[in-house]
Write a protein that binds this ligand. Structure first.
Ligand SMILES: O=C(O)CCC(=O)C(=O)O
Length: 269
């Protein structure tokens, strides 16, 4: 269960890390199961780095929707009445993104709800390796940017060298100062171990942490980046708006019929 300080942190900064939601054994099994999806034949919208529509296609991932502990944490953040948007669920293998907001698509499409106050569409992220400056494997965010439309991703882009330097400098500062509270507007690398859950507001500026001592393809197998992510929303107009938006996106069209949302709603309501 989350306390008020944690919930306030989430609302103020736009993200939260909840350490140790899964124990070591469960996290290892989760990593193995996630990796095994890449041994299966690719389906529509899949690639060698992505397994899309994970809940409908891979029954071994469905426990995430019914786990009482995870559901109780999501309720603390979103309220009693929430739902998973099941089709927005994927596993990434060596999948790295640069700065973006997950609401960029609807925003560019002129959908005003993307900047509605109190929008609470969230991504649940399981980074199934320890984040470290050498190999990355985690998430970097701009704390508070879910509330600041004037903060642009271009303000944070830069050459690979600048980004690597900044990354190491911030890591050094954090270790020296024992800084735990992020500073609004400054990039913040979220510490992570397998089994931790990171939840963020989809409006936050975020990106992957990249390896700094080798190419992404050269990260050792045991540290290879696996990311399981999916979306949850309060059962309100945010959820309806987002689902309507997804229905219009050609890259969100899968071969399955969209019947599984009903099942997830029944589970969590
Ligand atoms: O690359 C990452 O680790 C972040 C993934 C991401 O940005 C997303 O799923 O929206």
């Amino acid at each position: 269960m989350l306390d008020k300080t944690q919930i306030d942190f989430f609302n103020r900064n736009g993200f939260i890390r909840i350490p140790g939601v899964l124990d070591k054994e469960k996290a290892e099994e989760f990593r193995k199961d996630s990796l095994s999806l890449f041994q299966k034949e690719a389906q529509l919208q899949d690639s060698d780095k992505l397994r899309a529509n994970m809940f409908a296609r891979h029954h071994e991932m469905r426990w995430l929707l019914t786990d009482p502990c995870i559901n109780s944490l999501v309720k603390d953040l979103l309220g009693q009445e929430f739902t998973y948007i099941e089709r927005e669920a994927s596993v990434g293998l060596n999948w790295y993104t640069s700065w973006h907001r997950d609401t960029e698509g609807p925003e560019l499409g002129g959908e005003a709800w993307a900047w509605k106050p109190n929008l609470k569409l969230v991504q649940l992220m399981w980074y199934l390796q320890t984040e470290c400056p050498e190999y990355g494997g985690g998430l970097e965010v701009i704390p508070g940017s879910h509330l600041r439309r004037d903060w642009k991703k271009t303000d944070y882009e830069g050459s690979q060298v600048v980004r690597g330097f900044r990354r190491r400098a911030l890591h050094w500062i954090r270790n020296k100062t024992d800084m735990t509270e992020p500073i609004q507007g400054l990039p913040y690398v979220i510490p992570n171990d397998p089994g931790d859950l990171i939840v963020f507001n989809m409006r936050i500026l975020h990106k992957a942490t990249f390896p700094t001592i080798c190419k992404e393809s050269e990260v050792p197998k045991e540290r290879e980046k696996i990311l399981v992510s999916y979306v949850a929303a309060p059962k309100n107009e945010d959820c309806i708006n987002y689902k309507n938006y997804l229905a219009k996106c050609s890259n969100k069209v899968y071969d399955e019929t969209p019947q599984s949302n009903t099942k997830a709603e029944a589970v969590v309501s």
